[in-house]
Design a protein around this ligand. Structure first.
Ligand code: 5AD
Ligand code: SF4
Length: 479
């Protein structure tokens, strides 16, 4: 069970979404179908894949029955994410039965985790490609056209796809995700990501700024800087532009510097970021957020557990007190800042008292939003090797329900604080329910709905007086 929040980094509504592009100049008539699961990073990667194949003359289709190449970009984070992909492959098998020439490829984290085993387990799959090998896709497809199966799951220490301009056509033209780093060097014991996405590496800040500026020029008004752990972003230019000569003592660009560089592009370009790690988020980053109005007052700070012993088993490298200290720093430096979190219930050996400490942490922080999960053991992780997954499923579920119930109250409490206030809202489009209403988010990422008013269009900011709230939405009018 997952509690849906306005945070779009792991958006349930987008799971399985297919990416469709305008036909390109190099159209050779071959059709690509690509759908994505998992986090925003995966959706962003699919845009890179589509861009690489568009260069090779592919056009996209939203119907896999018509496709020559069918790709599924997969997630491994919990067992149910993988089950979903397996079920989807059964539907592709039926389509391939009718069209035997169809190339079926598995991309992303599950491809990386299972490697060539995928080809044995799922006979319809022709190509298995890990997250760092997308440049090789045209070759791999050629190989399959030649009658072979193809696998590339090499992880890289350098690949950031910095030079590939991702295509963004399923977007609303207002919000975009920009990947600033790849991989993860933290070894949280529950997590498969370090194995599926490899070592952490940061992308050249100049290519990030150029991409964000280009987005602004195309009408986008909000960028979300993406990374598994954005606070450890680090770039040091040790080479001259042509790569030939070592330059002495280049200053390092850290995450606070990068945030500032992006914030300075345009005051009307909103900047968000995800995800922050409690061990790495510095006061310098908090001061930068406080300094710039266009850096949103919203931090996603996964706690996972409120108990120090469990945090140690999780290898999170902070304890309860440290986490509370970081929350205190946020409250001190950015007095009006939304905080969201991720919580896992029923991790190995977690006692009732330890679970209660997660609940009391929730009372302490009063999170604006949360993503909540039952622990799901992942093969190959440190926890799977070291600890028994010994909390029975029904107990995991009871604890999850308690966490979800508490979060409902807390989200509602946080929303209510806006009633009577004037929020600056970036208009994203018409509300789902009516084209008489606009919707958009305030800087704390809460969804606001208000009547359409002449002179205001999507992509513009509006000052909205919040008059009331439902369980997940603020309602008001432009003033
Ligand atoms: N079981 C349950 N939840 C997990 N997460 C990561 N790995 C697991 C797992 N094995 C959750 C964490 C993380 C979020 C992206 O997914 O809370 O922050
Ligand atoms: Fe994203 Fe993690 Fe899922 Fe990979 S395993 S798709 S990094 S959420």
């Amino acid at each position: 069970m997952e509690f849906l929040t306005p945070d779009k980094t792991h958006d349930e509504a987008r799971q399985g979404e297919a990416l469709v592009l305008e036909p390109g100049e190099k159209n050779l008539g071959r059709k690509l179908y690509i759908e994505s699961y998992g986090c925003a990073m995966n959706f962003s990667d699919s845009e890179i894949v589509a861009s690489i194949l568009a260069e090779k003359g592919f056009e996209t289709t939203s119907d896999f029955n018509n496709a020559d190449v069918v790709f599924i970009n997969t997630c491994s984070i919990r067992e149910n994410a993988e089950t979903r992909v397996r079920n989807r492959l059964k539907e592709f098998a039926y389509a391939k039965g009718k069209n035997p020439g169809m190339v079926v490829g598995v991309l992303g984290c599950m491809a990386e985790r299972l490697k060539s085993k995928f080809l044995e387990e799922e006979k319809l799959v022709d190509v298995v490609v890990g997250p760092d090998a997308y440049r090789d896709l045209p070759n791999l497809i050629d190989k399959v056209d030649g009658g072979q199966k193809a696998v590339n799951v090499l992880l890289s220490r350098e690949e950031t796809y910095a030079d590939i301009n991702p295509v963004r056509l399923n977007s609303n033209g207002i919000n975009a995700f920009v990947s600033i780093m790849r991989g993860c060097d933290n070894m949280c014991s529950f997590c498969v990501v370090p194995f599926t996405r490899g070592r952490e590496r940061s992308r050249d800040p100049h290519s990030i700024v150029a991409e964000c500026r280009d987005l602004f020029n195309k009408g986008y008004r909000e960028v979300t800087l993406l990374g598994q752990n954005v606070d450890s972003y680090k770039w040091s230019a040790t080479q001259s532009a042509d790569g030939s000569e070592q330059l002495a003592e280049q200053p390092i660009v850290n995450f606070a510097d990068l945030l500032e560089m992006v914030a300075l592009i345009e005051p009307d370009l909103r900047v968000r970021f995800s995800t922050s790690h409690p061990k790495d988020i510095t006061d310098e980053v908090l001061h930068t957020i406080a300094k710039y109005d266009n850096i949103c007052n919203y931090i996603h700070l996964p706690v996972q557990s409120g108990n120090s012993r469990v945090l140690e088993l999780m290898n999170r490298t902070y304890d309860r007190e440290w986490y509370m200290g970081r929350v205190d720093a946020i409250r001190r430096i950015i007095p009006d800042c939304a905080i969201s979190t991720d919580i896992i219930t029923g991790f190995c050996t977690e006692t009732e008292e330890e679970h209660n400490e997660t609940l009391s942490m929730m009372d302490y922080v009063q999170y604006d939003y949360a993503y909540m999960f039952m622990y799901s053991e992942r093969p190959g992780t440190l926890a799977a090797k070291r600890y028994a997954d010994d909390i029975p499923e029904p107990i995991k579920a009871v604890r999850l329900n308690q966490v979800v119930a508490k979060q409902r109250e807390s989200s509602h409490y946080r929303l209510q604080q806006h009633v009577g206030r004037v929020d600056r809202v970036l208009i994203e489009g018409f509300s789902k329910k009516s084209d008489q209403d606009y919707c958009g988010r305030n800087d704390k990422n809460a969804m606001v709905v208000f009547p359409v008013q002449e002179g205001y269009k999507p992509g513009q900011y509006a000052n909205v007086l919040v008059e009331k709230c439902t369980s997940a939405t603020l309602i008001g009018k432009i003033i």
